[in-house]
Design a protein around this ligand. Structure first.
Ligand SMILES: *[C@@H]1O[C@H](CO)[C@@H](O)[C@H](O)[C@H]1NC(C)=O
Ligand SMILES: *[C@@H]1O[C@H](CO)[C@@H](O)[C@H](O)[C@H]1NC(C)=O
Ligand SMILES: *[C@@H]1O[C@H](CO)[C@@H](O)[C@H](O)[C@H]1NC(C)=O
Ligand SMILES: *[C@@H]1O[C@H](CO)[C@@H](O)[C@H](O)[C@H]1NC(C)=O
Ligand SMILES: *[C@@H]1O[C@H](CO)[C@@H](O)[C@H](O)[C@H]1NC(C)=O
Ligand SMILES: *[C@@H]1O[C@H](CO)[C@@H](O)[C@H](O)[C@H]1NC(C)=O
Ligand SMILES: *[C@@H]1O[C@H](CO)[C@@H](O)[C@H](O)[C@H]1NC(C)=O
Ligand SMILES: *[C@@H]1O[C@H](CO)[C@@H](O)[C@H](O)[C@H]1NC(C)=O
Ligand SMILES: *[C@@H]1O[C@H](CO)[C@@H](O)[C@H](O)[C@H]1NC(C)=O
Ligand SMILES: *[C@@H]1O[C@H](CO)[C@@H](O)[C@H](O)[C@H]1NC(C)=O
Ligand SMILES: *[C@@H]1O[C@H](CO)[C@@H](O)[C@H](O)[C@H]1NC(C)=O
Ligand SMILES: *[C@@H]1O[C@H](CO)[C@@H](O)[C@H](O)[C@H]1NC(C)=O
Length: 708
């Protein structure tokens, strides 16, 4: 009978175990545990077979009896499912399988027998399905299921024995249903609860108040509604409340003052409303407050921020606050980023703002501030300032004139300056010449006159220049074609400042989509927009030097002459708008080298000739070419007269009568047909590639938004 075949090895092994136990102090592993391990993963990346004593295997720790207690295999490129046999490791206390490619759903029964489990980390895998009904261990301290694809609800029974739970992280999954805040009733020692980025809905139920040691509560990026639960203010150890990107409404209670340990308060993108309760200022440990994109109201000047000495970032963008800039804010000496944009603030920027020595990001756009010149003279003194957004204020004032003599005068760190939509009069001011770190300049939607100064081309870091919708005249200056950050990759990567303390929102003119959000400066497009001015003259051929340019908008001007052939050098170009000028001549065939071009129009010019075929522009909407009397060929409906192709072999039939001879017709038809046969797929591939790139950049933006 088959008996001896496997009895023998075990006998030998057993002797080996006994001997090795006698020789060393190590304990040979339990035979059943070894089998359970061997069959639990498909793990070729582990060299587990190298020794028969599983207590010496990589990632394994045993207790004195040779029972496996720790199974720590993070980042081991494990894949496939986890077998139920793992549940036979009944002495397991630490299980860490994070950062692998494990998939499948969890066997509910597996956890019933793991009654000594303390640490369970399955984060960063590809697990899906529902979580087990119950973890049987009452020793469990940490449960991390984050960054997987789990779905379903988190059942009430899941943590019913978890008296000692410290941390629960289920963020980044597809969980639905209510947030199980009743956990606090059993697990009074909870410190961390992270439910963010799931599909939890309903209101946040009562129960958090019983978590007297809770420090971190995150449930942002779900679809939670209702108001903040009244007992959340009893969780007095809270250091972080992060509930952004939900549908919460109602006010913040006066009781917020009880959360004196609070450091982070992230409630942006909700529908919260009402005035901010003054006791908020009792939370003197606050480091970051983000209440942006809500409906908070009231006179902001009555709030006294002066006790918030740790405050580093304050973002109230897009609310309904009124009043003047609170002077008390200037006592928050740690303040690095301040955004009060899109409110109803009035008055002037006060000189006391210069006491904010670390202030690097200031956005006051879309308020009703006055005295632009005064503002700039004061802000020159904020030596750390890198981002200054003052759009939609100072209506109808003059473009401020300030004296920047040398490096010590101020604005020497300024990377972004925006006076978008201020209706300022005057010209592009000369003091910009001194801002050697300027990377982004937006003076669009003003009433600026005069020329585009050539010296703009000497700004070493400028890569995004937005001057559209002004009254600027003169020619497109050749000097602009020397902008280092658009010419040379070396210069472009040298632009030092990148990380933005708060994300910047950027929207194209007439774009119906929600604005793009940028967390890194270098992700903003390298672009020049001069749309809707009074520029005249030719487009200089030197434009071909701006090789890194991704968007160029020269539309709605009086530009004339031909489209220079050198635009073929702009190989990074994705959007190109020349519409509504007086350009003449033909569309250069070299445009076919612009492989990334996804948006292009030359509508309403005096262009003529055949639209270059075999390029992706042929796949565009006909509206991109309309309003040009002389243009013909696809995608326009009017076909080109091909008569002059054959001056020598003049077709007799062609000249008599209006009908095109069938022979010619068929040749043309055949030509077009054959052409589509070959190039149609090229067009398709190119547009697919564009779609792919757009998709990528969207994902990146989403990621950036999440990173906030
Ligand atoms: C796990 O234990 C069960 C029952 O105790 C047994 O039937 C099964 O064979 C074991 N699995 C392994 C891989 O040891
Ligand atoms: C194989 O495992 C042993 C411990 O079990 C470890 O010391 C060794 O580094 C491993 N070898 C490789 C190539 O991973
Ligand atoms: C699991 O292992 C990773 C990598 O070593 C570590 O960062 C993580 O903290 C561990 N998880 C727990 C809960 O200790
Ligand atoms: C939860 O896990 C995610 C990764 O999946 C991590 O980014 C996040 O910081 C964790 N939450 C807490 C509160 O540590
Ligand atoms: C969870 O996802 C699986 C597929 O991954 C699906 O079959 C199941 O219906 C989902 N369950 C719920 C409750 O959505
Ligand atoms: C939970 O908190 C409520 C009040 O917030 C209190 O009445 C109740 O006794 C607490 N329960 C436990 C178990 O601490
Ligand atoms: C805020 O602090 C002041 C004293 O600093 C105290 O009188 C007041 O009661 C506190 N308010 C709250 C809501 O804690
Ligand atoms: C806001 O409060 C300040 C200081 O109390 C006051 O001077 C100002 O008139 C108020 N503004 C509004 C709009 O209520
Ligand atoms: C503008 O601000 C400057 C600097 O604070 C100040 O000197 C000047 O009087 C202000 N002008 C007006 C009209 O308020
Ligand atoms: C094309 O770009 C390269 C690199 O910037 C530059 O050296 C060259 O002069 C450009 N050619 C034209 C025709 O502008
Ligand atoms: C071209 O664009 C116009 C206006 O944007 C639109 O109405 C029309 O449907 C488009 N045609 C095609 C073929 O996409
Ligand atoms: C055809 O003839 C016209 C005028 O006679 C001339 O301008 C043109 O260059 C000729 N085209 C070719 C292809 O020979």
């Amino acid at each position: 009978m088959p008996v001896p075949r496997h009895i023998m090895p075990y006998g030998v092994l057993f002797k080996f175990f006994v001997i090795s136990t006698l020789i060393s102090t190590n304990h040979a592993c339990n035979k059943a545990d070894r089998e359970s391990l061997s069959s639990s993963f498909d793990a070729p990346s582990l060299n587990w077979s190298s020794s028969s004593d599983c207590c010496h295997w990589e990632g394994i720790t045993c207790d004195e009896d040779g029972r496996v207690t720790h199974l720590l295999l993070p980042s081991k490129r494990l894949h496939g499912g986890v077998s139920r046999s793992l549940g036979n490791l009944t002495h397991l206390s630490h299980l860490n399988l994070s950062h692998n490619l494990l998939s499948g759903s969890l066997e509910a029964r597996m956890f019933l027998s793991l009654s000594y489990l303390e640490i369970l980390d399955l984060s960063y895998n590809l697990f899906f399905g529902e979580v087990p009904l119950s973890l049987s261990s009452s020793y469990i301290r940490t449960v991390d299921f984050s960054s997987n694809q789990f779905n379903g609800t988190i059942p009430f029974s899941f943590l019913q024995h978890a008296w000692n739970l410290n941390s629960l992280n289920v963020s980044n999954n597809h969980f639905t249903g209510q947030i199980p805040s009743s956990i606090c009733l059993r697990s009074s020692s909870l410190r961390v609860l992270d439910f963010s980025h799931n599909r939890f809905s309903g209101s946040i139920p009562l129960g958090l108040g019983n978590c007297s040691e809770l420090e971190v509560f995150r449930a942002g990026e779900n679809t939670l509604s209702g108001s903040l639960p009244s007992d959340i203010y009893n969780a007095q150890a809270l250091q972080e409340i992060s509930l952004h990107s939900n549908r919460l409404f109602g006010p913040i209670s006066e009781n917020i003052g009880k959360l004196s340990s609070l450091k982070l308060m992230l409630l942006h993108f909700n529908n919260l409303e009402g005035p901010l309760p003054p006791p908020l200022m009792n939370c003197t440990n606050l480091v970051e407050i983000n209440l942006g994109f809500n409906r908070f109201s009231g006179n902001i000047s009555v709030l006294d921020f002066s006790e918030l000495t740790q405050l580093s970032k304050l973002d109230f963008v897009a609310n309904l606050f009124t009043g003047i800039l609170p002077i008390s804010l200037y006592s928050c000496k740690s303040l690095k980023a301040l955004r009060l944009a899109e409110n109803n603030l009035e008055g002037q920027i006060q000189p006391e703002i210069v006491s904010l020595k670390s202030l690097s990001f200031l956005s006051l756009s879309e308020n009703r501030l006055t005295n632009a010149t005064g503002a700039m003279k004061i802000l020159m003194g904020c030596k750390s300032l890198r981002v200054l957004l003052l759009s939609e204020n100072f209506l109808g004032e003059e473009m401020p004139d300030v004296d920047i003599m040398d490096e010590s005068s101020g604005f020497q760190n300024l990377s972004i300056l925006s006076f978008y939509r201020c209706q300022l009069t005057g010209q592009v001011p000369l003091w910009l010449l001194k801002l050697k770190k300027l990377e982004v300049l937006d003076l669009s939607f003003n009433r600026l006159t005069g020329p585009i100064p050539g010296w703009l081309g000497t700004l070493p870091s400028l890569f995004l220049l937005i001057l559209n919708h002004n009254l600027i005249s003169g020619e497109f200056p050749k000097e602009l074609c020397r902008l280092q950050a658009l010419v040379s990759q070396n210069a472009a990567t040298q632009t030092g400042y990148d990380y933005l303390e708060l994300p910047i929102y950027y929207q194209r003119v007439n774009a119906s989509v929600t604005p793009l959000q940028y967390k890194y400066l270098s992700n903003m497009p390298r672009a020049i927009s001069l749309r809707n001015n009074s520029l005249s003259g030719n487009i200089p051929f030197e434009i071909g030097q701006l090789q890194l340019l991704r968007e160029l908008d020269l539309s709605v001007n009086n530009l004339s002459g031909e489209i220079p052939n050198q635009i073929s050098n702009l190989t990074s170009l994705e959007r190109f708008d020349l519409s509504r000028n007086h350009l003449s001549g033909e569309i250069p065939a070299s445009i076919s080298s612009l492989h990334f071009l996804s948006s292009f129009t030359v509508a309403y010019n005096n262009l003529q000739g055949i639209i270059p075929s075999g390029t992706q522009i042929e796949g565009l909407n006909a509206t991109a070419f309309e309003g040009n009397q002389g243009l013909c060929g696809a995608p326009l409906p009017n076909k080109c007269q091909q008569m002059n192709i054959s001056n020598d072999t003049k077709d007799v039939h062609a000249s008599n009568g209006k009908g095109v001879p069938w022979f010619h017709f068929s040749v043309i038809f055949g030509f077009i047909f054959g052409f589509w046969g070959v190039c149609g797929s090229l067009v398709f591939i190119r547009s697919w590639r564009h779609a792919y790139f757009l998709f990528l950049s969207n994902v990146k933006d989403k990621f950036l938004a999440m990173a906030n």
